[in-house]
Design a binder for this molecule. Structure first.
Ligand SMILES: [Fe+2]
Ligand SMILES: [Fe+2]
Length: 419
């Protein structure tokens, strides 16, 4: 049960269900977490929020709530003196190396479980049987849980699909991308899951396309393209014949290849005729396709894909595309970030080794509160416990824009090998 709790009633042991802020406006790694210290409560109040959505089934309830537990974590009651003893700047929670490795293992298991379920569902479609989407509901919940913790983990694992796995794992990726995107747009819980299911089912019509066309190396002939282009309508037909499929899934299945300028297929609908779900799906679908290894081309890097997608005028809803880029948490060059090794760093480029990772230049020690000799860190090659914790405002630390430009422009900076 979710309740809105005024900031001054937050207590250690409460489970924060949602912070009504974009991720870069608060210092926490996740949007959902248990409050474990007064510093975290102070950090929330520093954001200017008046209320926080708290899940009272996963933590303690506010005063005057039925069944309220009266103690904090480890049975310790809070007092106001503990708040006064804390340093002014909150230190956000940090994902440890062990946590990270565990999450990656969990995501890998979830992906292989998902693959089996999607295979079964798609096999039913291929054999002309109705698809039982209800079996996918617990899977969608687990994927959402992973997305809420750290979307880059599941998206990274799902991106590493082989050519043969593409069609199945593409569905899992689009499901995760849709839910992560929906979170960014602050859509309601039901809507988030609805869009996840729509992402999972969007390409079910591909099951009627012969495998030799689907996995053909090299370019398709015109008649083969015509066959592939039947998959939205075929999928819509399969889903319409199945029980209780949500209209959003039907819409996304039929319209995910439509374009804003009306040149897509199958119905040449334009932007005014396309739902939010269909416009979101068009972005997630293409993004996963071009960043994955497929039979006919090499994958693009995340930033290359996003840069190219922004140039395809008429294809995507460009305002939504900007939100999508933000939902992936890809930091633009020049952003100042806090690293988990207690330093400030400036993003100087893309990490060629990993999706959604950055190459950063650390330049300030947050513990000594002093500048350090800059050094470059390629985050995908760093130990998993060295990671970006949050974006920071450099002005809070007294850095001016021209100083940051000068740091970013330095040449012959040493590279820190953290492996
Ligand atoms: Fe498709
Ligand atoms: Fe697709």
């Amino acid at each position: 049960m979710i309740v809105r709790v005024p900031i001054d009633q937050l207590q250690i042991g409460m489970f924060v269900h949602e912070l009504d802020l974009s991720w870069h406006r608060h210092p926490f790694l996740f949007n959902k977490f248990t409050l474990r210290s007064q510093r975290e409560i102070d950090a929330i109040s520093e954001t200017g929020l008046q209320f926080v959505a708290v899940d009272i089934t996963r933590g303690i309830a506010p005063p005057k709530m039925p069944g309220r537990k009266t103690v904090g974590v480890s049975g310790t009651r809070l007092d106001s003196s503990s708040a006064a003893a804390q340093p002014a700047r909150p230190i956000p929670p940090i994902c440890s190396k062990l946590d990270h490795e565990q999450e990656v293992r969990k995501a890998s298991k979830l992906i292989s479980k998902s693959k089996k379920s999607v295979l079964k569902l798609f096999d039913d479609a291929r054999l002309g049987r109705a698809v039982n989407h209800k079996k996918m509901v617990p899977l969608i919940d687990q994927i959402l849980e992973t997305v809420d913790k750290d979307p880059s983990i599941i998206l990274n694992v799902a991106r590493l699909k082989t050519k043969d796995e593409y069609t199945y794992l593409h569905s899992v990726s689009v499901c995760a991308l849709m839910m992560n995107f929906a979170r960014r747009l602050n859509l309601g819980e039901d809507k988030v899951r609805e869009l996840g299911m729509a992402g999972m089912l969007h390409d079910v019509g591909k099951m009627v396309v012969p495998e030799m066309i689907l996995n053909k190396p090299g370019r398709l002939e015109n008649d083969e393209i015509d066959i592939v282009r039947t998959h939205p309508a075929m999928g819509h037909q399969i889903l319409s014949a199945s029980k209780n499929i949500h209209p959003t899934a039907l819409d996304v299945c039929l319209n995910h290849h439509e374009k804003m300028d009306g040149t897509g297929y199958p119905s040449k609908l334009d932007g005014n005729e396309l739902s939010l779900a269909a416009r979101m799906a068009a972005i997630c679908d293409v993004y996963d396709a071009v960043t994955s290894q497929r039979s006919y081309n090499q994958p693009w890097s995340a930033s290359e894909a996003l840069a190219r997608m922004q140039q395809w005028t008429g294809h995507f809803d460009q305002i939504l595309l900007r939100s999508f880029i933000e939902s992936l948490g890809i930091m633009p060059k020049g952003s100042v970030v806090r690293l988990s090794n207690r330093s400030l760093a400036i993003v100087i480029g893309e990490d060629p080794g990993d999706f959604a990772q950055a190459k950063v230049r650390s330049f300030y020690d947050l513990e000594r509160r002093d500048t350090i000799n800059p050094c470059d860190i390629q985050l995908s090659r760093a130990r998993p416990d060295v990671s970006i914790v949050c974006q920071e405002d450099p002005k809070k630390f007294g850095f001016k824009d021209d100083e940051l430009v000068a740091i970013a422009a330095l040449e012959n900076v040493r590279t820190l090998d953290l492996l």
